[in-house]
Design a protein around this ligand. Sequence first.
Ligand SMILES: *[C@@H]1O[C@H](CO)[C@@H](O)[C@H](O)[C@H]1NC(C)=O
Ligand SMILES: *[C@@H]1O[C@H](CO)[C@@H](O)[C@H](O)[C@H]1NC(C)=O
Ligand SMILES: *[C@@H]1O[C@H](CO)[C@@H](O)[C@H](O)[C@H]1NC(C)=O
Ligand SMILES: *[C@@H]1O[C@H](CO)[C@@H](O)[C@H](O)[C@H]1NC(C)=O
Ligand SMILES: *[C@@H]1O[C@H](CO)[C@@H](O)[C@H](O)[C@H]1NC(C)=O
Ligand SMILES: *[C@@H]1O[C@H](CO)[C@@H](O)[C@H](O)[C@H]1NC(C)=O
Length: 562
Amino acid sequence: MNHLVQALLVAILSGTLVAGAGWAFVQNGTSGILALEAIIVSPTLALFFDFSGTGGPLQINNHSAWGALWNLETNEPTALNVVSDTFCASGGFLSNGSMVSVGGQMAGAIAVDGRMGVRIFEPCSSPDGAGCTLFDNPDVVHLAETRWYPSSLRIFDGSLMIAGGIHEQTVFYNTDPVNSFEFFPSKDKGVPRPSAFLERSLVANLFPRQVHFTHKVLALPDGKIFMVANNQTIIYDIETDTEFILPDLPNGVRVTNPFDGTITLLPLSPPLYVPEVLVCGGTDTSDQIPASNLSSQDPASDQCSRITVTPAGIQKGWEVEHMLERRIMPEMILLPNGQVLIINGGQTGYAAIAAVGVLQGNSDADNPALTPSLYDPSAPLGKRISNEGLPTSDIPRMYHSTATLTPSGNILLAGSNPNPSLNETVKFSTEFRVQYLNPPYMSQQRPALSGVPSKIAFDSTFTVGVTLPEHVLGVLPVVKVALMDLGFSTHAFHSSARLVWLEATLVLDHKTLEIKSPPNNRVYPPGPGYIFLTVGDMTSVGAHVMVGSGASPPVPDQGRKI
Ligand SMILES: *[C@@H]1O[C@H](CO)[C@@H](O)[C@H](O)[C@H]1NC(C)=O
Ligand SMILES: *[C@@H]1O[C@H](CO)[C@@H](O)[C@H](O)[C@H]1NC(C)=O
Ligand SMILES: *[C@@H]1O[C@H](CO)[C@@H](O)[C@H](O)[C@H]1NC(C)=O
Ligand SMILES: *[C@@H]1O[C@H](CO)[C@@H](O)[C@H](O)[C@H]1NC(C)=O
Ligand SMILES: *[C@@H]1O[C@H](CO)[C@@H](O)[C@H](O)[C@H]1NC(C)=O
Ligand SMILES: *[C@@H]1O[C@H](CO)[C@@H](O)[C@H](O)[C@H]1NC(C)=O
């Protein structure tokens, strides 16, 4: 390619010749319940869960609902009949496409005890959610332990690994811990596995952050979990029930509840899918100070720490850089182009409600961080984070807020309620307004995928139709294809979120794309996902796929070993 053509191509692909709006926040609709947990359950629906005692306006059976389907097309909620209390639960998809919500709070005025809750939302193809069912009966299906504030993650056999939590009410620190892991469906005859890591990481280890990765490290079987709790990190090998201690987060930074920072697995690239983990925000406050001595005005951490989870990477240790602002309770959202959006949270204080000595209203945090940033994993250290071109929101998203990428490719933002229940008069009042953060491509001509198979096997090749934006026709466009799990958002963490780059070749006619699926179920845990096509700065709408056989867990290993 000569230099002129190359320069033109770069200009075209970077969008400089394309007219249209930039990034924008758009507020549309209200959630009716507090959206303190959020997961995309179909191309048109998000599912929100709340605390049964919030008392939001959306009604079901003559009481306030605490579950709702959010219609991404009409921007309206529909109440869902939830039986047990989903306050501070977590969840994720199984390999068969059912979404499972686990854990929760003690019985309330209407809700039954949700701490052992296992709520099963069966796959639902009805665009508006009519006829979708949520099975919620803790007498019939339940966890082995009571768990409030646990985390959960889909693993290589399509089950959920459920970690940590607390048995009883906590005001701030984890004073009655559940220091164990368990699975759904259960393993080990239903006996939870004690975790020395959770024991060591007390008292700030609620919602331990987990990511699933595959790489031959430490000469063990493949398919492991990287975990962070408090300022400590491990690799956990599920198959041998072994924990390997990795270096602490640098500079005393702590990132699990009530010191919520956030973590993400960075995009995985063929052929080796080398795992890199990014941890941002939280606080460097000691976990030995009583809550009453802390203040909502204490500065949060601006630190981002990154590690490559290979023997060489672990040897090298954490690489540190700084966000443009301090953030407690940020969320990181993988974008289909491989960048990471850093959004939400406060610049000072802590998570939890009305616990610290100096409050702002009922909030343990203050000074909302209203301008998101982008993190570019491929840029050099110190040049990865920027907020250039990003807008500033007028809606604080503090404790109990959520954010998720949608199948359309924009970001859904909802919730925020650092209050014990509905409070419309305090600073950081109960937030029902739903917002989208639209990337520039939402208002421009986008590439499109067609004929994407609804189910794709591991280590296979499939062909899809593409329509490229007019401005790239006639040039040799660079295409990037991302397979993404959009994750489950709660408490400043996006469990199971994942981006795997798929090898893709544009056939000469520019109308067909040949795509290779992930090699095996350790690279992408079997279950649902979305395939996005990015051409230059333009990303398509995501196509919903089931990756793997779609069988119920546990499923056997599939595909080719790497
Ligand atoms: C609904 O709840 C209200 C207030 O609790 C009560 O007065 C009313 O009788 C209830 N209606 C039905 C149909 O149960
Ligand atoms: C809000 O969403 C509805 C339904 O999609 C749409 O008709 C309306 O134009 C949207 N309003 C704004 C301000 O974007
Ligand atoms: C992690 O926290 C513990 C106390 O909770 C402390 O002893 C240790 O030094 C911290 N690690 C680092 C690297 O700061
Ligand atoms: C907490 O505050 C009290 C009262 O100001 C003080 O006496 C105590 O030393 C503080 N404790 C810690 C661990 O900072
Ligand atoms: C809202 O919070 C403020 C500050 O704690 C409190 O004074 C007020 O009573 C609360 N309102 C409700 C309805 O709980
Ligand atoms: C998926 O598996 C779970 C656990 O066995 C089961 O409860 C659920 O009904 C299954 N869903 C489908 C669609 O088969």
